[in-house]
Design a protein around this ligand. Structure first.
Ligand code: AMP
Length: 458
């Protein structure tokens, strides 16, 4: 290397994003809301590995789905074992349910998982190669009540997160029996259209005709306008189930629209399927979706336990949330400056908006080597007692420390130098009222706790 030559920097893998500190608050907000709402509905967290045996996804999602055929990060490890990064969470959760016999006491389990998924798709706004999902699954209930409850919970979660105006689309895919009848009818329709469809759809016609509804090619979409619909061919039991789901949704006051074209990109779905969509994110309009998958637990080697689940895409949710809150947050920024600082939030599409940052309760500004060492101890003690405390680690001028304290939005600043240390006293400045008083250094932590509780009470 030539001396002085700059090393080339390493970039993240295409389609895989860093969630930077300025953005992380949005993620925490969404995750916290999800944990709260799911917890209230009796869901417990499960955490499965991001890497699974390839066969798990091939067997569950389906060999001839886009996800398995084209989008999976699959590879052989050093022992020649065929593995894949999970493209979704349901298969892993079912694997875990079966592997650990989570059905032993009762088949009923309500589980959720939050984490990254991986699909080798063409990256664009709202579509990434690593993305995150909130995933909820219920095992052991086959009645329509739980289908409605799940969708109701999903709407409630959106409300809690602060998103309005989303549309819940529902459909039924029937059971394997009614689907068999329909598959033939659809195949006849596709065959009658000759080779007007794209090469992918022509292939799907032979392997997995229902998948033609996943096709993004405009010409195919137009041709499918007149296709026969599965909903018109479902059996009595499936129809009764669907009618009951709709009835319960109405009783719960959850608004929905029946959309007979939702087929979902995975083979394991049956009966109730649903999607939450928005008209505000362009092409990537699905925020989340899910459905019933009664045969999957059995197909993956477990007992014959019915199940239903959904997944919400967190990137899209957060993009929408930021978009929706932009105006509101700007207004907030206007009247927040005298109370606390604001931090920039980068929205994935490049728009910058701001939201109030979590400001420390107290900032310690110290002057001199010895006071700085004492400040270091003090800041840890305050944090140890649950107070948000910050300090200057670098021995800057008092002026620049005060500037930093102000910028951080700290409510109080503790100021001390050699003199104060000798007298065992410290200056406390209230950044809101701009007043200052002296506190004894020796029981400072207790004093600050007292001030904190008085401030909170007010
Ligand atoms: P799916 O499992 O395909 O039904 O996806 C469920 C949700 O995950 C979608 O509605 C999206 O919000 C999100 N999602 C799926 N694929 C991606 C992706 N490649 N990038 C970002 N979000 C995605």
């Amino acid at each position: 290397m030539v001396i002085g030559e700059k090393m080339e920097s390493i970039q993240a893998v295409r389609g895989m994003n860093d969630i930077l500190p300025d953005e992380a608050g949005w993620w925490q907000k969404v995750e916290n809301a999800a944990r709260e709402v799911l917890g209230n509905f009796g869901y417990r967290e499960i955490r499965t590995p991001v890497l699974e045996k390839l066969e798990l996804f091939a067997r569950s999602i389906g060999e001839s789905t886009d996800i398995v055929e084209k989008e999976m990060y699959a590879f052989e490890d050093r022992n020649g074992e065929r593995l894949a990064l999970r493209p979704e969470a349901t298969a892993s959760i079912v694997r875990s349910y079966v592997q650990h016999s989570l059905y032993t006491d009762s088949a009923l389990q309500k589980l959720y998982e939050i984490g990254p998924m991986f699909r080798h798709e063409r990256p664009q706004k709202g579509r990434y190669r690593q993305f995150h999902q909130i995933d909820a699954e219920v095992f052991g209930i086959d009645g329509p009540m739980i289908d409605a409850e799940m969708m109701h919970m999903l709407s409630l979660l959106m409300d809690r997160i602060g998103l309005s105006g989303l549309i819940l689309n529902i459909n039924t895919l029937g059971c394997p029996e009614c689907r068999q009848t329909y598959r033939e009818i659809l195949k006849d329709f596709l065959t009658a259209k000759g080779d007007q469809f794209c090469p992918d759809c022509l292939r799907r016609r032979e392997t997995n005709p229902l998948r033609v509804f996943d096709c993004k090619v405009e010409r195919c979409g137009a041709l499918l306008e007149s296709a026969p619909l599965l909903i018109d061919y479902i059996c009595e039991d499936c129809r009764a189930h669907f009618e009951a789901v709709k009835d319960y949704l109405e009783k719960l006051g959850t608004r929905y629209e029946v959309n007979p074209r939702i087929v979902r990109g995975l083979d394991y779905y049956m009966r109730t399927t649903f999607e939450v969509i928005t008209d505000r994110l362009g092409a990537q309009n699905a925020i989340g979706g899910g459905g019933r998958y009664d045969g999957l637990v059995r197909d993956l080697g477990g007992p014959d336990v019915p199940a239903i689940g959904f997944a919400i895409g967190m990137e899209r949710l957060i993009m929408l949330l930021q978009q929706e809150h932009r105006e509101q947050v700007r207004a907030l920024q206007a009247n927040v400056t005298e109370q606390s600082s604001t931090s920039q939030v980068n929205v994935p599409d490049g728009v910058k908006i701001t939201e109030p940052s979590r400001a420390p309760f107290v900032f310690i500004a110290s002057l001199g080597e010895q006071p700085r060492a004492s400040a270091f101890e003090l800041v840890q003690q305050l944090r140890g007692r649950g107070l948000e405390a910050e300090m200057d680690y670098e021995g800057r001028s008092l002026k620049s420390q005060m500037r930093r304290a102000d910028k951080s939005g700290a409510r109080y600043v503790l100021i001390f130098g050699e003199d104060e240390l000798m007298r065992r006293q410290i200056q406390l400045r209230d950044m809101r009222t701009k007043t200052q008083r002296v506190l004894p250094l020796d029981d400072l932590v207790e004093s600050m706790l007292r001030i904190d509780s008085e401030t909170t009470e007010r």
